[in-house]
Design a protein around this ligand. Structure first.
Ligand code: NOJ
Length: 564
């Protein structure tokens, strides 16, 4: 049997560098700040750190608009800091993966500055340009942030495409010169010894050359670009080329961010024999609480739908030799306790542990977003001017000005969905500025930092932090968590999520209560002849289990059964 690759047995911790820890007191987290906190991450027990973009950038989209791929953003430090971070992390057995943002660059990148000079400039074809059609943009596509996806450059009488902000022009992957530039910059970082990449919106790099109008969905002003840009005609060809020319030369991990990707499509990206990526981030569970205006809504998910999503992905990846990434949150999403559990003081910690259990006991590579191990919640800033995120600001404008929705409603949806919920500084202590910075933080800390902070969780053996630490230890200790077959138990139940993981010799029974009520959970018949031993729970559960189990509010427990 093939050896199991390291990334299948690893747990990844995501660091949003600007918000992690500020070592120089300028209010912005930095690379030296990460170095100072490496021992904290060692204590948690994670294997890999994923850093959001650290390259030079005008910061229109917090680093996802890159103007130089070979330099470090000065707000975060310099190359010497990065080299030191990589070396120190490796000495502590922590791997580092970087964000690869190559669907687009910044409009301040030298390539784009050249490209917009003239149609005959040798960089012009590095980007996607179209002549106006009837004095309008070439099609009706809207960008992910709400405005048109096309911006007109009047000096050369052409539109350029940007699926995100107008300061993020899309690269033209059809041009082999562009692909070679990208492969070179990847080699630059890999040769430094980094351990892989998270690839930003990699499912969008190949556009259908027809550039047809897209349907208007979610009450938007512009058409959707998904049919013409997601999982486009050459995306798999490009990734195989990248794999062949670059990835396969290194012992690394890759995770593609793939909006609008179904299980079926994802198996093409991740099946080992396809030689593309190791795993992808899908969005199916993130879409469960979309409302008629899309992401910014007050709708709550239903548990049966969540179970169906996770189950489809668990079964689909296993059947097709693919591999799952497992995540509740990241820098673009709300805090999971608020979104999938509860903020209520009396249940918050139980809910955080329960959610962690349901995710970490699945098959795949778990990703923990900074602060999740503290059970951090969403935040409610008083005014829209306290928010920093470009998406949040544009939504507020769209809701209040174009859609004539009330400011209160707009703020309610922002409290639930703004990306800034995830971007508030990591609260290190109850001191000023949550112990994050000696200066004024670039974004306000979550006001509950006196109750939820690192110092506090480290001084309490029952904290969410130590629970996450045990979840990680269990994954390292019990191969069944990596290899066991997943089986959902009660698909329609809206309160309880229970599933099995099974190998030839063992069965793991995982259960979680998503409500404030007490629940009685029946074990499946196949387990009632066996005796299960408790391996983790967030309440004082019985050490062994027979036919039934009582779960308190947001209770969770995992039992291991040995087949006779
Ligand atoms: C996805 C990233 O996660 C998000 O933060 C960013 O705004 C877009 N891609 C554009 O790069």
């Amino acid at each position: 049997m093939n050896k199991i690759p390291w990334w299948k047995k690893s747990v990844v911790y995501q660091i949003y560098p600007k918000s992690f820890y500020d070592a120089n007191g300028d209010g912005i987290g930095d690379l030296q700040g990460i170095i100072k906190k490496l021992d904290y991450l060692v204590e948690l027990g994670v294997d890999v750190l994923w850093l959001n973009p650290i390259y030079r950038s005008p910061q229109v989209d917090n680093g996802y608009d890159i103007s130089n791929y070979h330099e470090i953003e000065p707000e975060l430090g310099n190359m010497a800091d990065f080299n030191e971070l990589l070396k120190k992390a490796h000495e502590k057995n922590l791997k580092i993966i970087l964000d690869l943002v190559v669907n687009h660059t910044s409009d301040q990148h030298p390539w784009f500055k050249q490209a917009k000079k003239s149609k005959s400039n040798s960089y012009h074809d590095y980007y996607i340009w179209k002549a106006p059609v009837d004095q309008h943009a070439p099609n009706n596509w809207g960008s992910s942030f709400g405005d048109s996806a096309w911006t007109y450059e009047k000096d050369i009488a052409e539109y350029y495409l940007h699926l995100f902000a107008k300061e993020q022009p899309d690269l033209n992957w059809e041009n082999k010169k562009v692909r070679n530039e990208i492969y070179n910059l990847m080699r630059f970082w890999l040769d430094k010894g980094i351990d892989g990449f998270r690839m930003d919106v990699i499912s969008l790099i190949s556009k259908d050359p027809a550039y047809l109008d897209g349907p208007i969905i979610q009450n938007k002003k512009y058409g959707s670009y998904y049919a013409g840009a997601a999982n486009g005609p050459r995306v798999h060809e490009y990734l195989r080329e990248m794999n062949h020319e670059v990835l396969t030369q290194y012992d690394i991990m890759t995770v593609g961010e793939t909006p609008h990707t179904t299980v079926e499509e994802a198996t093409k990206y991740t099946a080992a024999h396809n030689h593309e990526l190791n795993m992808v981030f899908h969005f199916d569970h993130m879409h469960l609480d979309y409302g008629k205006n899309g992401k910014f809504s007050t709708k709550r998910f239903s548990l049966s739908a969540l179970k169906q999503v996770f189950t489809n992905w668990q079964e689909g990846m296993a059947q097709h030799d693919g591999w799952n990434s497992l995540y509740w949150s990241n820098h673009d999403q709300a805090r999971p306790v608020t979104r999938f559990g509860t903020d209520k003081h009396e249940y918050r910690e139980a809910a955080a542990k329960m959610l962690g259990t349901i995710l970490h006991m699945q098959q795949g590579t778990p990703f923990i977003f900074e602060g999740e191990e503290l059970g951090m919640t969403n935040t409610r800033f008083k005014s829209i001017s306290d928010y920093n995120d470009i998406e949040t600001k544009l939504i507020y404008k769209d809701f209040t000005e174009n859609k004539h929705l009330s400011a209160d409603y707009a703020m309610e949806t922002i409290y639930l969905k703004s990306r800034d919920n995830a971007r508030t500084p990591v609260p290190w202590s109850a001191e000023d500025n949550a112990g994050f910075s000696a200066g004024k933080p670039w974004i306000l800390p979550n006001p509950n930092y006196e109750q939820i902070n690192v110092e506090k969780v480290l001084s309490d053996r029952n904290s969410v932090f130590y629970y996450y630490k045990r979840l990680i230890e269990l994954r390292h200790k019990l191969p069944i968590i990596t290899t066991g077959k997943y089986c959902l138990l009660n698909p329609q139940d809206e309160d309880n999520y229970s599933f099995l993981r099974e190998t030839d010799d063992e069965i793991l029974f995982v259960t979680g209560n998503f409500t404030e009520k007490k629940l009685v959970v029946d074990l499946p018949d196949s387990l009632t002849e066996l005796e299960g031993k408790l391996i983790i729970s967030n309440f004082s559960a019985l050490g062994t289990v027979l036919k039934q189990l009582e779960l308190p509010a947001y209770g969770t427990a995992v039992y291991l059964f040995t087949k006779s």
